[in-house]
Design a protein around this ligand. Structure first.
Ligand code: FEO
Length: 169
């Protein structure tokens, strides 16, 4: 694999692990305020990010390259409200989308068609990730911090099932 492309893959692997850790920080907030359903939803998100990281990790290995792991930043754990958490989640997912798009652009520049095919899965995944969080934010707008509405959402989102590992490439 091209050196620059490998560097970008390695950076993205660390970012996916960071995403998992960022969401785990949000789990600590939901636990602190006693919203177990939202804690469950965010725990599933944490697991999903680990799967993203490992899918990319495995791909780099499959290409005969060495993964280089970097430091994972300390995540925020202080939030003002449920809305604040999901607004930050959407912001982060939008940032991830732009990182994936950048990785795709680097693969295109070096004409690595196999990497482009692999990355298409992540591009589609980001559409889903942003939509899921946007839908929750839309519901939260109706709720406007009213306890009954928050508790209803807590119950609804708490039924999120564990993510299934993405198929191997
Ligand atoms: Fe791995 Fe939520 O993007």
């Amino acid at each position: 694999m091209d050196k620059k492309l490998l560097e970008e893959f390695n950076k993205q692997i660390t970012r996916e692990f960071y995403s998992s850790y960022l969401y785990l920080g949000m789990v600590t907030y939901f636990e602190e305020i006693g919203l177990n359903g939202l804690s469950t939803w965010m725990r599933m998100q944490t697991q999903e990010e680990l799967m993203h990281a490992m899918k990319m990790f495995d791909y780099v290995c499959e290409r005969g390259c060495t993964v280089s792991l970097d430091t994972i930043d300390k995540p925020d754990t202080k939030y003002d409200s449920v809305q604040h958490v999901f607004a930050e989640t959407l912001k982060h997912e939008q940032q991830v989308t732009s990182w994936i798009n950048n990785l795709y652009a680097v693969a295109r520049n070096v004409n690595d068609n196999a990497a482009l095919g692999f990355l298409q899965w992540f591009i589609n995944e980001q559409v889903e990730e942003e939509k899921n969080v946007s839908d929750i934010l839309a519901k939260l707008k109706y709720v406007e911090n009213r306890p009954a509405g928050i508790l209803f959402l807590d119950k609804e989102l708490g039924s999120r099932p564990a993510p299934t590992p993405p198929a191997a490439q």
